[in-house]
Ligand binder design. Structure first.
Ligand code: AMP
Length: 228
């Protein structure tokens, strides 16, 4: 194994409540910097769709807006991180979500001679999150994101990016589930802001503004972090 390459690969963490724009920003950073977006939510949804043992255990918890057990999520992330494309650097979107996961990540990275380059906290107003989340949907073919109020495709039900005509909404984006997801965030994930601040790795970004402005701020942080 080429230790140099692995040590140099940047590792970035995106923190923020559901609806803060972690997925959107991670995809933009992926395109701009050639990093791999690693979303444990996507990995879990794939496990549910494939009917794996982990997926079966995770489904009810996800539908209720709670957090899947640390053991399951850490195992899924560890397997994905070991795939060759991750050697070019990763943006963790939605992981870690608990202190146990954060500590497991530190151990996992240390074993590979890696460390966290930056943890970016997307700071938003809780009340706005319910509107943001409950209106969002994506193109089933390419994953481009849309919103009932903020970003509609130019032709109804037709993706601007790939022309796909199948749109889908996440089962857990219902208003009633969003409240549970926000509660889980504040109780279990928000303490990680202090965890990374103590390590000197944290940057906070106001994520209520324009997507392009936020992306520019994020890009500057990533550039600094990856140049070290
Ligand atoms: P997301 O797509 O990141 O909003 O995640 C969707 C759902 O997957 C969450 O509401 C949780 O139920 C589950 N999930 C995703 N990532 C994690 C994680 N790191 N720890 C525990 N549960 C997770």
């Amino acid at each position: 194994m080429d230790g140099q390459t692995i040590t140099a690969a940047p590792v970035l963490i995106l923190l923020g409540p559901p609806g803060a724009g972690k997925g959107t920003q991670a995809r933009m950073l992926e395109e701009k910097f050639g990093l791999v977006q690693l979303s444990t939510g996507d990995l879990l949804r794939a496990a549910v769709a494939q009917g794996t043992e982990a997926g079966k255990q995770a489904k009810a918890v996800m539908d209720a807006g709670g957090l899947v057990s640390d053991d399951i999520v850490i195992a899924i992330l560890r397997d994905r991180l070991a795939e060759p494309d991750c050697a070019q650097g990763v943006i963790l979107d939605g992981f870690p979500r608990t202190t146990v996961q954060a500590e497991a990540l530190d151990t996992l990275l240390a074993e590979n001679g890696q460390r966290i380059d930056a943890a970016i906290s997307l700071e938003v107003d809780d009340a706005a999150m319910v509107t943001r989340i409950s209106g969002r949907y994506t193109c089933a073919a390419c994953g481009e994101g849309y919103h009932d109020v903020f970003k509609q495709p130019s032709q109804p039900e037709t993706c601007d990016k790939c022309g796909g005509t199948q749109m889908k909404r996440r089962a857990d984006d219902k208003a009633e589930t969003v409240a549970s997801r926000l509660e889980a965030y504040h109780a279990q994930t928000a303490p990680l802001i202090g965890y990374y601040d103590d390590k000197g790795a944290l940057t906070r970004i106001d994520a209520m503004g324009d997507i392009g402005d936020i992306a520019a701020d994020m890009g500057a942080i990533v550039k600094t972090a990856t140049a070290r």
